[in-house]
Design a protein around this ligand. Structure first.
Ligand code: FES
Length: 142
């Protein structure tokens, strides 16, 4: 079986799909090679992500990764969301096939892009290094 049960479950029944009209931060990222696009909307109060929605035009792994990533950052402080790695998303999904790890990278990037948008809108100085995405320790994301 290529995909774990969890990947299939999140693909068939993704959480937090949609759009937040008055979002405080929106992040859109794409992967040039596969053409998949992921957009994440954040509603932020104080320092906490009180709501999150996503729209993903992409493969099953990208949809499952977006779904899982939104579940992992909902109700959490921004610092937790910034620390979210693609590895943690993939692990929470009980793993992704090696050639599909880049799909979880997209989720990590989209979350950070949305937080960066929030910081930019509010003129908050932030640690750019933290936002400049991506550590592909496994060497599999492309
Ligand atoms: Fe590109 Fe999954 S194949 S995000």
């Amino acid at each position: 079986m290529l995909y774990s049960e969890k990947v299939m479950e999140h693909f068939r029944n993704p959480r937090n799909v949609g759009k937040i009209e008055d979002a405080d931060g929106v992040g859109e990222v794409g992967n040039a090679k596969c053409g998949d696009i992921m957009k994440i909307y954040l509603k932020i109060e104080g320092d906490v992500i009180v709501d999150v929605k996503f729209n993903t035009f992409g493969c099953a792994s990208a949809i499952a990764s977006s779904s899982m990533a939104t579940e992992m950052i909902k109700g959490k402080p921004l610092s937790d969301a910034l620390a979210l790695t693609n590895k943690a998303v993939a692990e929470a999904l009980d793993g992704l096939p090696a050639h599909k790890l880049h799909c979880s990278v997209l989720a990590q990037q989209a979350v950070r892009a949305a937080i960066k948008d929030y910081y930019d809108r509010n003129g908050v100085a932030c640690d750019k290094a933290q936002l400049s995405v991506i550590d592909c320790e496994d060497g599999h994301c492309e």
